[in-house]
Design a protein around this ligand. Structure first.
Ligand SMILES: Nc1ncnc2c1ncn2[C@@H]1O[C@H](COP(=O)(O)OP(=O)(O)OP(=O)(O)O)[C@@H](O)[C@H]1O
Ligand SMILES: [Mg+2]
Length: 274
């Protein structure tokens, strides 16, 4: 399916904000799956507080790129520097502990569990008391759990899903499930949030809600956001800079306007480059 090339009906308000130094620096990343070169020599950076979009046709390597950043895949070449610390490989837990959270293209929620319990799974990294103390509901462990539940309630209020707190996630419409997935990632209190198609499968209204939440997270929590999105209207409206991949290679990088007028990008999207 070719990505839609249409703008949102109403442009979203952009707040003036201060973009900081480079927080995430991706250098010369290559990744192979057997004979498939999923990524070839990709370099780009992400600055603190920006919304950085990664776009490109299906199979371009966008999800693979996020998987390299958050330690799911080990690149065959290249390095990733996060807050000045360079690594060629870290596992997902180490990346999460450094303050990077993500949502998934295909939801990774526990469908039978309630909204609140799903979001609570995002707090696991933050829970200090051991399992035995938690199981015994021992004093400090119980107090700690209360603190975490309060934080989760705060996220539920922020995402306006109070009415569904106790609902099993599998019973919610898809758009709300995506919002819960965002909540689970936010529960990790990330400095960098990686979003893999947070608006896929949504109608225009749901997309506008999700855009608003992404802008609010960026604005209110100061979270840096790396966003994979197919809807060009959304990308052009909310991102500060855009990197474009096609067949595992970087073919464009710059402001939404620069990318929109880039000949290679236009032909990749119109399917005339191959
Ligand atoms: N685990 C894997 N094993 C083998 N090949 C893979 C694997 N993951 C991705 N690929 C291949 O790597 C290439 C890039 O895939 P990727 O999922 O990163 O693309 P994408 O840009 O996210 O696409 P989409 O827009 O469809 O989500 C594709 O050719 C895909 O088939
Ligand atoms: Mg993908």
């Amino acid at each position: 399916m070719k990505p839609a090339l249409y703008p949102l009906e109403k442009p979203l308000p952009m707040t003036t904000k201060k973009i900081g130094d480079v927080i995430l620096d991706v250098k010369n990343i290559s990744l192979r799956f057997g004979g498939v070169k999923a990524l070839t020599d990709i370099s780009f950076n992400v600055k603190e507080h920006e919304i950085r979009a990664i776009i490109g046709p299906n199979g371009a390597g966008k999800s693979s790129m996020l998987n390299c950043i958050n330690g799911v895949y080990t690149p065959s070449e290249g390095s990733i520097t996060f807050r000045g610390k360079t690594f060629d490989h870290m596992n997902s837990r180490q990346v999460a502990e450094m303050g990077v959270a993500r949502t998934f293209q295909n939801l990774a929620l526990f469908k039978g569990m309630s909204v609140i319990d799903n979001i609570m799974t995002g707090r696991n990294l933050k829970i200090k008391s051991n399992l035995l103390l938690q199981a015994l509901r021992w004093g400090p462990a119980e107090r700690e759990e209360i603190r975490h539940r309060e934080y989760v309630e705060h996220i539920i209020d922020f995402l306006e899903i109070q009415a569904f707190r106790k609902t099993p996630v599998g019973q919610l419409p898809y758009g709300l499930q995506k919002r819960v997935d965002l909540g689970r990632a936010l529960a990790m209190e990330p400095q960098v949030l990686l979003l893999d198609e947070p608006m896929a499968g949504m109608n225009v209204e749901e997309k506008q809600d999700m855009c608003r939440f992404i802008l609010d997270v960026n604005d209110e929590f100061g979270t840096t956001i790396v966003l994979i999105e197919h809807d060009m209207g959304v990308v052009m409206d909310i991102s500060d800079r855009v990197v474009v991949l096609d067949y595992g290679k970087k073919i464009g990088d710059g402001s939404p306007d620069e990318v929109r007028s880039n000949e290679d990008v236009i032909s990749a999207y119109l399917g005339t480059s191959h």
